[in-house]
Design a protein around this ligand. Sequence first.
Ligand SMILES: NC(=O)c1ccc[n+]([C@@H]2O[C@H](COP(=O)([O-])OP(=O)(O)OC[C@H]3O[C@@H](n4cnc5c(N)ncnc54)[C@H](O)[C@@H]3O)[C@@H](O)[C@H]2O)c1
Length: 264
Amino acid sequence: MTAGRPGRVAGKTALITGAAGGLGESMAWMLAREGAKVAVTDIDGPRAAALAAAINAEVPGAAFAHAHDVADEDQWAAVIAAAVDQMGGLSVLVNNAGIGGDLVFVEGDTAANWDRQYQINLRSVMFGCKHAMAHLRASAPASIINISSIAALAAGPGMGAYNATKAGVWMYTKTIALEAAKADWNVRCNSVHPVFIKTAILDPFVAMSGGDETKAHERLARGIPLKRIGEPDDVAYCVLYLASDESKFVTGSEFKIDGGMTAQ
Ligand SMILES: NC(=O)c1ccc[n+]([C@@H]2O[C@H](COP(=O)([O-])OP(=O)(O)OC[C@H]3O[C@@H](n4cnc5c(N)ncnc54)[C@H](O)[C@@H]3O)[C@@H](O)[C@H]2O)c1
């Protein structure tokens, strides 16, 4: 039995997309250890299942896994229905799945690059909010947490589609926050904006440093006042706060996890 487990998100029921690795994996562990049930979904179903098994070995009955391509609206409807059934509700949605990709400069950019990033990074967030909302309302107080990026607020050369899709997530978050507030649904919606964090999404930068991960991380840290890149739990702690009722008066806001980068 998981009912009654203590913690900052005790009794919460959370669905996290793109949770088989990286930031989503860290969030799943943290929410489960702090008392929530978590549905870990990912396009890589076997890796999501392995993570759920690992979490359940430590926190029995806390985790459920689903194969889930966030670009596919039909899959959203099916995964949410199954997760609600397994967890007994849905009070937290973390739209975390996202892709980076290689640097592409304006004259070499393509419709295929934009379509892919739009579908996975931005349109997916709308699908998630749309299909989760009735369940979030029924499980209120509830929280939607959209993982945007510092790239929504500060651009980088060669990152046009990523910058634009992440900026879209930032503003869409505010729309949902205002719609939910206007309707008195007790569903909050906020965005999180990490700078470089040590996950597989940085692999293209490591490749650009000849495969030397330490060198790549040092190069990425150069513009960051705290002189290092982040760890996945730097983001997960923010998600934990936003998932909990500690943030009950916080909606439509953006949370920068950037080592001071945009303070400059
Ligand atoms: N790590 C960083 O430096 C950083 C910085 C800013 C923002 N972010 C954002 O954080 C989120 C998580 O990134 P991460 O660093 O953990 O990356 P990651 O590559 O380690 O993990 C992303 C996960 O998403 C999954 N995924 C990819 N396409 C999917 C799809 N269509 N449907 C469902 N799942 C899919 C992958 O299988 C993977 O498990 C992303 O939205 C990313 O843009 C990351």
